[in-house]
Design a protein around this ligand. Structure first.
Ligand code: NM2
Length: 537
């Protein structure tokens, strides 16, 4: 084991930060829960607007870049072909960026909006029913995918154009921060990114595990409690640890292939065996609703909440702000993967591809799974909402699936899909966490290092599940996402700066840094000639 390879300050600082948050929560769960909820209201109440501004700004920025001269830059050499065909590119993109949460929210998000709609609409009303299937698609739509794509810009640019592979986020902001990256500020950036990813992954695991437990309960009758959750979580971790151990290519490739085909099968089955026409019509109508109200949805913050006679719903904080934060914490990590699979594409193709195919994927999951449940509710076949309020969202998800033909098989497939989905996301997260704490990555991060982070990832969700409710799980992403917002700004700036410099240089204009280098060179030559002259004299 080469100890020098590890960047210990980053490694230890990230670990300490994680323990400093998790241990007190586990030791004082009640006080912990209160503090977490206070942190949630504080952040969303005061800074909610920043998350929403950021989301819209990221979307506008990416569209601007895609259609600017920087968009034509090719990632790779001029004649290089695309490394992956569009279908496998889109599938890998989806597998890296999306985890088991799409199964959870795709199935049940509509029910939350049905009961607690936006814009002050009355719960359960016709208006609420109209918005219920649309809002989930919006939260997993173009703005969300734009957030994911932003970090891929500088990273892919350094990989394929400047030919400097970047595995650390701190390295990706070097064009802006320069030598400052080599000071502790560089380590801080990496630690905050790691903490963000651990928070986001915490939310994912803490949501996904009880859902898998519920599926297992349906199949085997095993009880759903904290012990089952813990066993399931450790089992999933072991699966992704094995896959992490077997190396990126084999592990992730096999898992994401299974993932893709299983997902396509489950979606196709629900679409064909379920209410096909209702699903198609409602999904299509939702798209229109979103397009028509895009900016309103992207900016709605309920500012009149404190005015008398106005009932505050808390919808923007609980949903849009939370979601943007959740996408933000995953973004630098997904950016690394998007960058790695995009060789041979132009920046424009990468941007439009991620936003378009990502959104199409989300539309398929939410449209098919969500509207199947909505149809059960509206047709009176099964009172999903009543059942959810009596039990839990995860129990309602499995109960919805239980209404399908061949329910036993479908619940089993869904549960397996959730496990594999979880495994693919976590296997890549542990890969990246390990890579960030290494000074150099030769081919792959060290194995013990990857395993260490695979298991460390479990800590936060275990504590979160133990301590609290949905709001607690959301807080992990919201709080950990705040510093990452600023890092995202640096990443965008870094891309623009580096690519503009190169474009100008290619046109004969020399960027200031080149002037400085040349000035130094001339000075050195002058000094040398002077020295020679002195010696000759
Ligand atoms: N996002 C896409 O659990 C997951 O699906 C991972 C979650 C950020 C909402 C990503």
């Amino acid at each position: 084991m080469n100890k020098k390879l590890i960047d210990w300050p980053t490694f230890i600082a990230a670990l300490i930060l994680l323990l400093a948050v998790s241990i007190p929560l586990a030791v004082f769960p009640e006080a912990g829960n209160e503090i977490v909820n206070m942190a949630n209201s504080f952040m969303t109440g005061n800074f909610g607007v920043m998350y929403l501004v950021f989301g819209l700004a990221a979307f506008a920025f990416l569209l601007f870049v895609a259609f600017s001269k920087n968009g034509h830059i090719k990632l790779g050499d001029k004649n290089e072909d695309k490394e992956f065909g569009t279908f496998s590119w889109a599938a890998m993109l989806f597998a890296a960026g999306i985890g088991s949460s799409i199964l959870y929210w795709g199935m049940i998000e509509w029910a939350f909006y049905y009961e607690g709609p936006p814009f002050g609409i009355e719960g359960g009303s016709q208006e609420a029913i109209k918005w219920a299937p649309a809002y989930g698609i919006f939260h997993w739509g173009p703005i969300a995918w734009a957030i994911y794509t932003l970090p891929a810009l500088p990273i892919a640019y350094f990989y394929y154009v400047r030919k400097k592979p970047v595995l650390k986020i701190s390295e990706a902001v070097r064009p802006v921060l320069g030598k400052v990256v080599d000071t502790p500020l560089g380590n801080t950036i990496d630690v905050l990114f790691m903490f963000g990813l651990m928070g986001g992954a915490g939310t994912t695991l803490a949501l996904g595990t009880p859902m898998i437990a519920q599926g297992v309960n349906n199949i085997t009758g095993l009880p759903t409690n904290m012990a089952t959750n813990t066993v399931i979580m450790l089992l999933c971790t072991t699966i992704f640890a094995i896959s992490a151990y077997s190396g990126l290519r084999r592990g992730i490739k096999v898992l994401s292939d299974i993932n893709l085909w299983l997902a396509i099968f489950v979606l196709a089955f629900i679409f064909v065996m379920g209410p096909t026409v209702f699903i198609s019509e409602t999904t299509f109508t939702s798209l229109g609703l979103i397009l028509n109200n895009f900016f309103e949805m992207a900016t709605w913050l309920e500012p009149l909440a404190n005015v008398e006679g106005f009932t505050e719903t808390g919808f923007p904080e609980a949903w849009t702000v939370f979601y943007w934060a959740w996408w933000v914490v995953y973004a630098p990590f997904v950016g690394l993967f998007v960058a790695r699979i995009s060789r041979g594409r132009t920046i424009q193709e990468m941007i439009i591809g991620t936003i378009l195919y990502g959104t199409i994927g989300s539309v398929l999951f939410f449209g098919i799974m969500g509207n199947y449940g909505l149809h059960l509710q509206l047709s009176g076949t099964f009172d999903v909402i009543g059942y959810m309020n009596e039990t839990s969202p995860e129990a309602a998800i499995i109960a919805i699936l239980d209404q399908l033909p061949m329910a036993g098989i479908m619940v089993t497939l869904f549960t397996v899909l959730a496990i594999v989905f979880l495994a693919t996301t976590f296997d890549s997260s542990s890969y990246i966490l390990a890579a960030v704490v290494q000074r150099k990555v030769q081919k792959e991060p060290l194995r013990w290092n990857r395993l260490f982070w695979a298991f460390t990832l479990c800590l936060m969700p275990l504590v979160l599940m133990y301590v609290g409710d949905l709001q607690t799980l959301q807080t992990a992403s919201i709080v950990a996402g705040f510093p990452v917002l600023f890092i995202m700004g640096l990443l965008a700036w870094s891309f623009i700066r580096a690519s503009n410099e190169d474009i100008r240089a290619s046109k004969g204009y020399q960027p200031p840094t080149i002037h400085i280098v040349q000035r130094e060179k001339r000075k050195k030559q002058r000094d040398e000639t002077l020295q020679d002259k002195n010696q000759n004299d």
